[in-house]
Design a protein around this ligand. Sequence first.
Ligand code: GLC
Length: 719
Amino acid sequence: MEVNPDAGRVDSAADRRARETEEQMTDDERFSLVISVLGAVPGSAAASTRDPRIPEDVMMSAGYTPGVPRLGIPAIQSSDASMGVTNPGYRPQDKGATAFPSLIALGSSFNPQLVREGGGAIGREARDRGFNVQLAGGCNLARDPRNGRNFEYYSEDPYLSAVLAAAQVQGIQRQGVISTLKHYSLNCNETNRHWLDAIIDPDAHRESDLLTFQIAIERSQPGAIMSGYNKINGEYAGGNQHLLNEVLKGAWDYPGYVMSDWGATPQWQFALKGLDQESGLQADTLLWGRQPFTDELREAHARGELPADRLSDMVRRILRSLFAVGVDRWGPAPDVDMAQHQRIALEGARQGIVLLKNNGVLPIPPDRPLKIAVIGGYAQLGVISGTGSGAVAPVGGFAGVIKIGGAGVMGKHRNLFLFPPSPLEELAKALPHAHIDFDPGYTPAEAALTAKRSDVVIAFGIRVEGEGFDNADLSLPWGQDAVIDAVASANPNTMVVLETGNPVSMPWRDKVAAILQAWYPGQAGGQAIAEVLTGAVNPSGRLPVTFPEGLEQTPRPELPGLGTPWGTAVTIEYNEGAEVGYRWFTKTGATPMYAFGHGLSYTVFKYSDLKVTGGDTVTAAFTVTNTGDRPGADIPQLYLTEAAGDQRRRLLGFERVHLQPGESHRVTLNAEPRLLARFDGTAGKWRIAAGTYKVAVGRSANSLDLTAETALTSALFGA
Ligand code: GLC
């Protein structure tokens, strides 16, 4: 049931009500709102040791803020939500939530409607637990294929990331639950993230990571923005005067509130720089030995250093988001149809699978009595997930949890989580006439013996990635590359299924007959993998990130600070600026292993009849036809290739089109004007230069089928 179908829009009635309510509050009540308390005391003996500030009848969460009942202000309770309502273990009574596919898998779907449906499901499961804030909306750009949290983000492209992040926020907020967008901004590596200084040209920042937030905020009006851990150009994200007060709240006039990340508020003065709420007080004690927005903030207020109207502003921003999204007027709890949520998770897993290579060995014919070897990847137990604050415990529990560990505060959260059902059991269901042998891939020699006696080999390659870690390189762990190489040498009909959170190196790529990227596909991933391998589902995913041949093709072959002890100050200069991912490859001229937007199908699509017009922006229309023999979905992409003489590659638009054999569909795309422009930091506006703009329609950033051009007049606009 939707509480407030227009919850996302900016609601001035909420602003008025926030002012009226705040004026009636005491200072004690005001100070009680600008903090949140972690459900469990970090580092406490029992994970579920309740912080004494949280009432006994309240379900433990990531953040608890007491309400003000006399004024109709509900307590605020947040949980993480990247892949579902997170249960970090300190809610032992929690029966488990739907474990949706990782955001990078949903990024591969290029399907905003599907992401919105997933957001709605998360919102309902959050409300079912009394959580009225969801820490969702991860939309940092995948700048570095080593970043352990890229599975919690959508893509390397600002427009794709913004459209999908906004869709998830819309879905959540239409259930009357606030969502965040995070982590504002340039939180693109995990190495020593609390001591990382991310350096970028300010105008390039506006054209990349900040443009992602700007478009997503406009499309979804998230009630809150979460600032990141790192510094940006020398100032911590949570206390970044330029990014918070000048850009977010100034140029963009954002009306909601800024919450810190957990353990990202080292000083009370962040309140003067635009931070409205210190999250997870105990995490700040752990990291900085203080809880600045408690006594220190009160004392600063008493000394007049925290002006009364700034304290009022902090509180009003929180209140107006509660009122705008409808947190204070929940009706009866919405129906939580877990079977429907499972269907959404399954569709997300299906549409997130990307067929990277196929020499014809796929789909596996389901009616033939083939001898099939399934090898490695714990495929006999389940599919894997990313780790950290976003990990979700599914209903019924995991099929297995294997501790991995590692340095820093997130080491204890780094586990091999396995979601049932397993690919093995799903393949057995899908291939009733086949004889299937499972081999754990424990050694190359042993696996090769199984491969040798089989008709077809399905080898799994998995890599656990997660919050708090950057991968040291792009290789698969645990000697899997040697196993895959051995089985491919023993049997040419070897296909590889990857379950990773990032691109990986594939030294065996030329030896295998097919490659499928399933990412972290969520609780329905085993079924979706089997359906795609056997042709019950036609793969339609497209890569939301470029797969490089190797790190030497990326802007930073050597990652500064990688391997330094936790706590070491690190500086990363993002000199690629706005030329992230496929844009970088266009600039350097290198050819990646697999391009942004790449993905194969079991049918064939043709593009024709491109017509382009100019004016304020570029409008392109073209026809997509399914010329193959089975239904399928395609995702044609529209790219800018040249702007008034400047060679510049920008994804301008895309559309997911499902077609029957022989069916055609006319696609019309209007480009977001800021993608055609450069940001002029001096003017504080976007500038389109007059001239000829060349565009192309393609099936990836490197495979452009149709081209056209049009003229645009000069323009200076926006903020
Ligand atoms: C984490 C993450 C953030 C999460 C928060 C609460 O460390 O950086 O994404 O929402 O803390 O768990």
